[in-house]
Design a protein around this ligand. Structure first.
Ligand code: HAM
Length: 426
């Protein structure tokens, strides 16, 4: 029998779960500070929700199967299509804009590499029904807020952004229909992996003329807006949107995080406007999270036009980054109390003490094994308890318990009613 987890899947032992819960709490607190409401959907979805014909990797990476009723199903590789589906179901009653977030486990049959697993948790924040750039700004500000909350600064991470409307605009001017934009974006997203030559061939294969293909490639190689203008020959209309975003960023005090980066296109077909991705600044410059505006996804599912923008933020790379920087909390540093009874005669006193400690919010375990005290002390030390409370006959005769702070090795006899205060104050 294979006892290892399935390839690419993780088990979370208590010390890993502790860090995961801490991270999720940081995600959750940021989302709530920005007044987003939490939602979830099922991990299992209809496969067709993810079948888009633009050659995206995500479609090739589906964990899909047929259930016993003959339905084609898939484990969700992302949350966005589920969100669009849920919005369609509530479209008539919804008061827009909606601001929703989720922390959802997603599955992708990926080529395994550092930072990429076949299962990950993805924090999503999405704004539904807001066509203006204010939605992007709120989301980018939430990202900056989250980074600050875990101790990362603009020296550690950068938020690159671009806008697919620029490409759409000059495709339009070159006579290429707008429907080609999703496919073009998916191809161009691979440019770093496959190089400009192969990208150009793939663009040609998808029906883009060679001269337009080379303009597209030049656009993605540009470093800033003036280079974009030079390479495509005019100032695109979406340049104003980029300007607005940068100006808005100043009001939020996050301009130092942001960088306009025309090479960023992102590999998902449904984005229609702003796209953004956070990268670490040191090491390999790993991508941390990504998102963008997708104003037509709901329509492609048959719903009424609904502008949407959001991001997905995986738990894997950020955990690695925080670990490398020593910013993860240390497991086992809690105040934890072991309450032991000396013999069966003291067990009810031990249980009462434990109930009082728990009522004060202290993590408490009762030990009624009546083992030798030396053994109980040894276990408490090995399992990282901070305090041990002993209910023993002599002290109980005067209403006291023995309390030892194992962190500093100090032992005292304390009146039973004051044990919680003594530990909490210590
Ligand atoms: P995505 O870029 O495919 O976008 O994924 C978003 C983030 O999820 C990535 O930046 C990464 O942090 C994490 N991620 C994705 N795949 C893996 C993997 N195999 N292993 C570890 N982490 C991974 C989306 O999924 C969009 N639905 C995001 C979005 C929400 N756009 C709008 N709203």
């Amino acid at each position: 029998m294979e006892l290892q987890p399935v390839k690419g899947m993780r088990d979370f032992y208590p010390e890993q779960m502790f860090q995961r819960s801490w991270l999720f709490e940081k995600f959750r607190q940021t989302a709530q500070r920005f007044d987003f409401f939490e939602y979830d959907a099922c991990v299992l979805e209809h496969e067709e929700l993810y079948i888009r014909k633009s050659g995206e990797e995500i479609t090739d990476q589906l964990y899909c199967f047929e259930d016993k009723g003959g339905r084609r199903l898939a484990l969700r590789p992302e949350l966005t299509p589920s969100l669009a589906r849920m919005i369609i179901a509530r479209r008539d009653d919804a008061v827009f804009p909606l601001r929703w977030f989720s922390i959802a486990q997603c599955f992708r049959y990926e080529k395994m590499q550092k930072g990429r697993k076949r299962e990950h948790y993805q924090w999503n924040m999405d704004v539904v029904g807001e066509p203006g750039i204010s939605a992007e700004l709120e989301l980018l500000a939430a990202l900056a807020d989250f980074f600050a909350s875990v101790g990362l600064t603009d020296k550690d991470v950068t938020l690159k952004f671009s806008n697919r409307k620029i490409m759409a605009e000059f495709l339009g001017l070159a006579g290429v229909p707008e429907e080609k934009l999703p496919g073009v974006s998916v191809i161009v997203d691979k440019i770093e992996k496959i190089g400009p030559g192969k990208t150009s061939l793939m663009l040609k294969d998808s029906g883009i003329e060679e001269s337009v293909a080379s303009k597209i490639i030049a656009f993605t190689q540009a470093a800033d807006m003036s280079e974009v203008e030079r390479s495509i020959g005019y100032r695109p209309a979406a340049a104003d949107e980029i300007q607005d975003l940068l100006e808005g960023a100043r009001a939020y005090g996050m301009e130092s995080f942001l960088r306009f980066s025309p090479s960023l296109v992102r590999g998902l077909a449904y984005y229609t406007g702003t796209v953004f991705e956070a990268f670490e600044l040191a090491r390999e410059g790993r991508a941390i999270c990504g998102g963008g505006r997708y104003d037509r996804l709901v329509e492609t599912f048959g719903g009424a036009p609904t502008p949407m923008v959001g991001f997905g933020f995986g738990d894997v790379v950020i955990s690695m980054l925080l670990e490398e920087k020593g910013l993860l909390p240390v497991f086992g540093k809690h105040v934890r109390v072991l309450v032991a009874a000396f013999s069966p005669a003291e067990s009810s006193a031990a249980i009462s003490a434990a109930r009082a400690l728990r009522a004060s919010g202290l993590r408490t375990e009762v030990d009624c094994s009546y083992k030798k005290l030396g053994k109980i002390f040894a276990r408490a030390g090995r399992q990282g308890f901070s305090h041990i409370v002993i209910a023993a006959p002599e002290e109980l005769a005067s209403g006291r318990l023995t309390v030892k702070d194992l962190r500093i090795g100090v032992e005292e006899k304390i009146p039973a009613a004051s044990v919680s205060d003594f530990i909490l104050e210590g």
